[in-house]
Ligand binder design. Sequence first.
Ligand SMILES: [Mn+2]
Length: 486
Amino acid sequence: MNASKHDIFLKKAKEVADAIKEETKNNGQIKIISHLDTDGIAAAGIIVSALYRAKADIHVRIIRQLEENIMAKLSEESNNTSLFIFTDLGSGQLEIISKYLDNEKSNAIILDHHPPMGKVNGVIQLNPHSFGINGSYDISGAGVSYFCAKALDTKNSDLSALAVIGAIGDRQNKGEQGSFTGLNTKIVEDAVNAKILEVKKDIRLFGRATRPIHISLEYSDPYIPDITGNRDACFKLLVELQIPLKKGDEWRTIADLTTDERTKLVSALITRSLQHGVPSVDAQSIIGNVYTLVKEKEGGILRDAREFAYCLNACGRMGRAGVGVAICMGDRGRAYKEAEEVLSNYRTRLSDYLTLISDNTERITDLENVQIFDGKGLVDDRIIGTVVSLARSSNTLSSEKVVLGIAFQEDENFIKISGRATEKLVSRGINVGKALSEAAEHIGGVEAGGHDIAAGARVPIDKEAQFIKFVRKSLDIQFKEHKPKE
Ligand SMILES: [Mn+2]
């Protein structure tokens, strides 16, 4: 059953690739428009690499959201464009695209995994949802782009690792022990066969290959009681377990641990979680699949797939998406250096913002099921979602509620509202994307989109109160309908 769904999807990918090939023969300009997050940048990197190899004339634009004014501008400045390719976005904005697309002059192809909204003619769309394939977990925007690139030329199977990174960026590795499901497993297979990716079981902590062990523990995800967010406790635990923190002058990383040390650390972490009432399955999830990009520099920022994903995200959020795309295209010279700088600036900015939230608690509105942080004039709209999620790990915001972060958009006539749930809330049935979309339907001029765990909306400033009222109402109903399981 599954196989046939996949086969039909792959057949469609071939059709779409043929349409792109046809276009490259006409020597027209191809404009690629992609989303600002990890998955979007990876998706753009894949398609740009594939088209660059096919010697096409390409332009790339990375955007936060495909809003009507952006689409209007794009079509205005695209006199020579014969083809638009939208990656990791577009399916939710079919009407906007068709409204501004001049079918006489140019075609449009959408490679997306967000739920399609509406129907239009004249737009070619490759989307897992159209084939009954789950777009939240089984394939990402980068994955959809990858299958299209591979259908264009089998040589492009070396771009598979980027599709794995995109899927990690969208947190799709939610199978047992951090494994992938559905079409994503095929992509992992391709990357392993191409000898660019290695999958093994290890401690799933961030910064496995780059950060001191106690820092990896401090930033642990999954959450470990009394460890996550508590640097002193992390230090103490390692001393107790007699695990040396340094080798000579250098900090050791998780990847440096001996087998014995690893076993000791894992069992201590699991024991601690269990003692604090964490369900066994969750406690065990500290061990799982880790994905290593074997051709990248050891100890570097791109060696671990999760860190590679983090790096692309940082590039997008810091307004340096171009650096991210260059990294995806294989630039390990200038772009790599720039990415290292972007990462370090990003970390500083995040910690500054966290201080800002705890210094401005009067901007937090605490409701029964929702917490709202008003970051207008304080926090950049590209980063507000990350900041409110992070504020949970330092307990400034609640992990039991949906959090909404608000920031001004560039022109201050609009605000960005980022909604974040948690895995626990999602497993209960809470869906932030649904709440924002429902509210948007009630109020004119709002554009909303996203997933169950994370979603965003662009709201005219004078509609803020009204919009939030609807979001709250929708979430209150969800919380009532999906009571926590005992
Ligand atoms: Mn995506």
